[in-house]
Design a binder for this molecule. Structure first.
Ligand SMILES: Cc1cc2nc3c(=O)[nH]c(=O)nc-3n(C[C@H](O)[C@H](O)[C@H](O)COP(=O)(O)O)c2cc1C
Length: 165
């Protein structure tokens, strides 16, 4: 059974739309599977307990760019995994981010997520040669972008299935 978590922070809803599309991508990929679990959590809702992260095979994290870097609520949440002795070794990590008008810092934000995954001993796939830094989207995602997010969810789901089953 593959166990997926999409974890996001949003202030004005753009990252949430991306998270929902990735959710749809995974769900559509796994529809034929007899047994899988897929959860979507907004860290602002305070309904995710840090220790629950250890239950997932795949954790996909998204947050907007704030002041040229990953929004601090998500950064702080992830950092606290170390203080809480959470081990995410051998899990698959995915990441996405949303920025406004100034892309500066977006790749840095993605790389800070990749760094977190590597520090946790996780496995991180690229998307493709053209979008090596993951899903980085400006402002409100349109249909084309949402479709790309769904494809990203599918790609990660395929990888997770191949590793976890
Ligand atoms: C406090 C704050 C700081 C921001 N700093 C940046 C920034 O440095 N560069 C940028 O391109 N966008 C910046 N933005 C814009 C957001 O990244 C952008 O609107 C994003 O799509 C918001 O995602 P959300 O709707 O999920 O919150 C900032 C927004 C806020 C609220």
């Amino acid at each position: 059974m593959a166990n997926y978590l999409i974890l996001f922070y949003t202030k004005s809803g753009n990252t949430k739309k991306m998270a929902n599309a990735i959710y749809e991508g995974i769900k559509n990929t796994e529809l034929g599977a007899s047994d899988f679990n897929l959860d979507l959590y907004n860290i602002s809702d305070n309904n995710i307990v840090m220790h629950e992260l250890e239950n997932y095979d795949c954790i996909i994290v998204g947050a907007p760019i704030h002041y040229g870097k990953l929004a601090s609520p998500m950064n702080d949440f992830l950092e606290s995994s170390f203080e809480n002795n959470i081990s995410l070794e051998d899990k698959i990590g995915g990441c996405f981010t949303s920025y406004g008008v100034d892309i500066q810092g977006a790749e840095l934000a993605i790389l800070s997520l990749v760094q977190f995954f590597l520090e946790q001993g996780m496995i991180v796939p690229g998307i493709n040669k053209e979008e090596a830094f993951g899903q980085i989207i400006a402002g409100t995602p349109d249909d084309e972008i949402l479709s790309k997010c769904r494809e990203y969810g599918q790609k990660i789901a395929h990888l997770t299935k191949s590793i976890c089953t």
